[in-house]
Write a protein that binds this ligand. Structure first.
Ligand SMILES: [Mn+2]
Length: 349
């Protein structure tokens, strides 16, 4: 499993064994992968009597609050003054994506990206575990495995190297990480390794349907009604081959939904037969729109996200846009036209 990364996996295993104090930090706007990895590391290392603390700068989204150990997460914008031996960051492509509160706190404690001139060796050891192709390798140790469907697969490989008993709670967290990043094992990133790891986790006590029940089949009636409203607003751009819809703060307020309660809407959009590229515009306020992009064909969704300063994977990515809903719709249309022209030029050339 992930054979070409054996040296780094061994190095992380060694560092973990020799550490006493450990922190887990997720990326901002945390998803199932970053939360599942953080909690799995939390459980597994606690079970071998390490002092582990997991900090979130924002509340755990409702759909993940069932995960074993979620109640041990410390929701705070302040980090303790004393740095731990190790800091694990999983599923996080850039140092900035830790979110402003934690970036500020880490900087205050003298922790910076290795690319920052202020970085000092030895204050702590930041371990960056990720599967985003564009990961900036900002950690003291970087384990970037783009062929992994979820960072959860990589964390599993580390535990295997450690030969640690993987408690059932940790297995459930890794299963949730992989389940959500593969869209219930349905996206193009799902591989034989993905399914083998999932089988291994089931062998360790995970009950697959209970995880699906907790993560997916728990929508409020407001969420379903909001989906109806979003589908009414749904548009197709046939010429450029994509579809889109939006959610405004007014719509969310009417159905009592938070921003993270709207993530599932794009899963319905992406079931459309044609076109196979879709956008969900989530208006945060007058000046900010969060955009999710999904693709089921040969279109690399991360290219459009990167054009707007965001990022992600081939089939799923996202970005933030400073402006109004009308402005982001127009900007995306322009970018999609540009990408099409570029690819036509490449084909012609
Ligand atoms: Mn991920």
């Amino acid at each position: 499993m992930f054979k070409q990364y054996t040296t780094t996996i061994r190095k992380i295993a060694r560092l973990t064994i020799n550490s006493r104090t450990i922190w887990n930090l997720p990326h901002e706007n945390p998803d199932g992968d970053t939360i599942g990895c953080a909690l799995a590391i939390h459980h597994a290392l606690k079970s071998v009597r390490r002092e582990v603390q997991t900090f979130f700068s924002e509340p755990v989204p409702r759909m993940y609050s069932f995960l074993p150990g979620a109640d041990e997460i410390q929701v705070t914008q302040k980090l303790p003054d004393k740095l731990p031996d190790l800091i694990f960051v999983s599923d996080n492509a850039t140092f900035e994506r830790l979110g402003k509160p934690f970036v500020d706190e880490l900087n205050r404690l003298g922790v910076f990206s290795v690319h920052d001139p202020r970085h000092q060796q030895g204050r702590t050891t930041l371990i960056n575990i990720d599967h985003h192709r564009g990961n900036e390798q900002y950690g003291d140790v970087n384990l970037i495995v783009p062929e992994a469907a979820a960072a959860g697969e990589i964390v599993f490989a580390i535990f295997r190297r450690l030969r640690l008993p993987l408690p059932q709670g940790a297995a459930t967290c890794l299963y949730a990480a992989i389940l959500t990043d593969t869209g219930k094992f349905s996206y193009s990133n799902t591989t034989l390794t993905t399914l083998e790891i999932a089988a291994e986790l089931v062998r360790r006590g995970v009950v697959p349907h209970t995880v699906v029940e907790a993560v997916y089949n728990n929508q409020t009636s407001g969420q379903l009604r909001l989906l109806g409203r979003a589908l009414e607003a749904f548009r197709i751009n046939d010429e450029l081959g994509y579809c889109y819809t939006h959610v405004t703060p007014e719509m969310r307020a009417e159905f009592n939904c938070s921003l993270s309660d709207t993530e599932y809407i794009i899963d319905t959009l992406k079931t459309l037969e044609e076109p196979k590229v879709c956008f969900l515009f989530k208006v945060v306020d007058d000046g900010l729109v969060r955009v999710s992009v999904r693709s089921r064909n040969d279109f690399d969704s991360s290219r459009v996200a990167e054009a707007f300063g965001g990022g992600g994977h081939y089939a799923a990515s996202g970005f933030r846009f400073k402006g109004t809903l009308d402005e982001v719709i127009a900007a995306v249309e322009m970018e999609m036209r540009k990408l099409r022209e570029d690819s036509q030029e490449r084909k012609a050339g």
